[in-house]
Design a protein around this ligand. Structure first.
Ligand SMILES: Cc1ncc(COP(=O)(O)O)c(C=O)c1O
Length: 343
């Protein structure tokens, strides 16, 4: 990809900084399947502590971290509840069913506007006449929900619902760092609300690879077994964990700048009537139902002007800010997009 191209498709497109690469090169390593990689062990301990849990496990991807966590809390032939747009049932290629024998049932897609009463009404108890619910999953921030942040009060209410029904609560926290920065909620406060979390280092935090499953010591011991069975046991993974440790140390607070860039983009485009949602974090969803061109036409015209955008549906597109697009690039992208939309 030419450096002049402004890539707003996703925050996964970032490349490691010089500082991150130096940390990777200097990493002390060992064989992590033997539990002997000191940098992986340090990362796992650090992330567990950040979320106030006993343990964490390094995994290659957010999808694998989610699926390991789901297998910990939902036995085969039992049920997971989540929203219809959740990453775990939209973009993980049926993994919960294929690997965990998990049955998934969804509430209508509402992004971050989860209604705990709706969720509570869906829970099915143990019995031979229906699939018993064993876990509820939420996404913080919500990817297809335009980077929306589930308010702390809603999460607390969901915890109460889960406790009452004695089911687990899982958080797909690929971008939980963004929620933490946007709402000022300490990571440990989020951590205390969930039985399991998956968190990603390779989205807004800028690491090339890596996610973690977070939970109790007992769950993470089982998670190690599930990860190996899924082919996710890595060897000298410390070079990757070092990138993650660097990201945690240097790239959390700076997310506020990405949120500000997203807000600027949204503001520039708003007069053209294409903004679907209030932008809270680094994702800018575009609703093109009233625009003069559809999502594919917009993406093609933007590409011709050196700006890459994601097409999510016939009339839905998305822009994502991240550490590899600076303020100047955001201004140039806003110019290109407004020129296209004005035409
Ligand atoms: C909310 C959410 N969860 C999980 C993932 C999966 O991460 P990965 O691509 O590392 O599998 C993503 C990826 O974008 C995501 O947005």
């Amino acid at each position: 990809m030419a450096d002049s191209v402004i890539d707003l498709r996703s925050d996964t497109v970032t490349r490691p900084t010089a500082g991150m690469r130096a940390a990777m090169a200097a990493a002390e390593v060992g064989d992590d399947v033997y539990g002997e990689d000191p940098t992986v062990n340090a990362l796992e301990a650090e992330v567990a502590a950040l979320f106030g849990h006993e343990a964490a496990l390094f995994a290659p991807t957010g999808s694998m971290a989610n699926q390991i966590a789901l297998q910990l809390v939902v036995p085969p032939a039992h049920e997971l509840l989540c929203d219809a747009d959740a990453h775990v049932v939209t973009y993980e290629i049926g993994a919960a069913a294929a690997y965990g024998g998990i049955s998934s049932r969804t509430w209508p897609a509402v992004g971050a506007d989860v209604d705990p009463d709706v969720v509570a009404a869906m829970i099915r108890p143990d019995g031979y006449w229906a699939v018993p619910t064993r876990a509820i999953a939420v996404e913080q921030t919500h990817n297809r929900g335009g980077g929306g942040v589930i308010p702390l009060a809603t999460l607390r209410e969901l915890r109460r619902v889960a406790d009452e029904a004695q089911v687990a609560l899982h958080c797909d926290g690929a971008r939980i760092w963004h929620a933490h920065v946007a709402d000022g909620v300490p990571l440990a406060e989020y951590g205390a609300l969930f039985d399991t979390l998956s968190v990603c280092l390779s989205k807004g935090l800028g690491a090339p690879v890596g996610s973690l499953v977070v939970g109790s010591a007992e769950k993470i011991e089982r998670a190690r077994f599930v990860r190996k069975r899924m082919g996710g046991g890595m060897r000298q993974a410390g070079v990757l964990a070092a990138a993650g440790r660097y990201a945690l140390a240097h790239h959390i607070d700076r997310l506020a700048a990405d949120h500000a860039k997203a807000a600027r983009l949204a503001e520039a485009i708003a007069p053209f009537g294409v903004l679907a949602t209030t932008v809270r974090t680094n994702l800018v969803p575009l609703d093109l139902t009233k625009a003069p061109l559809d999502a594919h036409a917009l993406a093609a015209a933007a590409r011709a002007r050196g700006v890459l955008v994601s097409v999510l549906g016939p009339r839905t597109a998305r822009l994502v800010t991240h550490m590899d697009v600076d303020d100047d690039a955001v201004d140039r992208a806003a110019d290109a997009l407004t020129t296209i939309l004005r035409a």
